[in-house]
Design a protein around this ligand. Structure first.
Ligand code: HMG
Ligand code: MG
Length: 299
């Protein structure tokens, strides 16, 4: 399959990245990050989540963040909503696109959202109905697609079944999450083949955590399979509070550098993106997880 000429990067740093930070982060700093990402040319930014603050305290200020960011035309600003309470919170905050998240493994589903896979899908039904009534697009996630921290290996058919349910209930795209980053390129290709048997290939996105250093290889493998939407996180921020060791999404800078090298268009400005990443890392007093940003800083 020829490589796509254009790729959409879904920037998940403000959500998947910051949700895992233990230290308090002010609303102003979150807003600054989102505004920096808008300025860098990202067309899709996952800004926060409307989840229980007892479960993920860092995302508690998401409504304030939405109220204060400078929303630019042509950019999607999205939020995670696990249930109707979350959806209603997002709606009240003026959010126009949300994401629901399920898992391919029962144990992870319980740890992350306190219910079984089928219960989670049932909870999404009223969310989908409310979204439709309010003309809000819904993206779907499946976690643990290439391995689970509790259940180990995951059958690609199980991933495909959950992806198919999300697609059937109205998610316009399903992002396949390698939550713990254990997947490798061959397994990624095989997974996409199987999932593409259930939902159209151009409705599949890839969400690779870089815990084992495999994310770029897995994205390249996905490109070869015709996938052209990838989630990534500026400066490689992130992880998942319910997947021990899920340390960081693949960095947006590194993905962009690879795509630029392949001549694949994204509309994102690398230098601006590096500035955004350096700024949030300085605020958090953490190392920059992007190899490209580190190389540029020491050049
Ligand atoms: P629960 O405790 O089973 O929910 O949590 P409940 O319905 O029994 O409600 C308990 C309390 O929570 C009630 O309040 C509700 O009002 C409140 P109380 O009466 O005790 O005061 N509540 C809420 N509050 C705010 N927002 C809500 C909400 N819902 C209920 N939406 C629940 C179930 C799903 C809420 C909980 O488990 C939760 O919030 N989990 C969050 C999980 C999460 O955010 N995980 C990280 C994101 S997923 C991820 O990172 C993976 C991804 O990146 C892809 C990948 O890498 O694989 C997407
Ligand atoms: Mg994730």
């Amino acid at each position: 399959m020829p490589l796509p000429t254009q790729v959409r990067l879904v920037e998940v740093g403000p959500r998947d990245g910051l949700q895992n930070e233990k230290q308090p982060i002010s609303v102003a700093d979150k807003v600054r990050l989102v505004d920096d990402l808008s300025a860098a040319g990202l067309s899709y930014i996952e800004v926060g989540s409307f989840v229980s603050p007892k479960w993920v305290p860092q995302m508690a200020g998401s409504a304030e963040v939405f109220a204060q960011i400078r929303q630019q035309p042509g950019i999607t600003y999205a939020a995670l909503t696990p249930n109707l309470i979350g959806f209603e919170g997002a709606l009240a905050a003026g959010v126009r696109e949300v994401a629901v998240f399920a898992a391919a493994s029962e144990a992870f589903s319980q740890k992350n959202i306190n219910c079984s896979i089928s219960e989670s899908l049932a909870r999404f039904v009223p969310v989908m109905e409310a979204a439709k009534a309010n003309d809000i697009r819904v993206r779907g996630y499946v976690s643990c697609v290439l391995g689970c921290p509790y259940d180990g290996a995951i059958d690609p058919q199980q991933v495909a079944a959950v992806a198919a349910e999300l697609f059937a209930m109205g998610c316009y795209e399903v992002s396949l999450g390698d939550t713990i980053g254990t997947g490798t390129a061959g397994a990624t290709r095989q997974l996409i083949e199987v999932v593409a048997g259930q939902i159209p290939r151009d409705k599949i996105a890839g969400h690779f955590h870089d815990t084992y250093g495999q994310a770029l290889a897995n994205i390249y493998a996905s490109l070869l399979e015709g996938v052209s939407v990838f989630d990534s996180s500026v400066a490689g921020l992130g992880g998942c509070p319910y997947a021990k060791g899920a340390s960081g999404n693949v960095s947006t800078e590194d993905v962009l550098y690879m795509l630029n090298g392949l001549g694949i268009h994204t509309g994102i400005e690398l230098d601006q993106l590096i500035i955004a990443g350096q700024r949030i890392c300085a605020l958090l007093a953490r190392d920059n997880g992007s190899r490209v940003a580190r190389a540029r800083a020491s050049a």
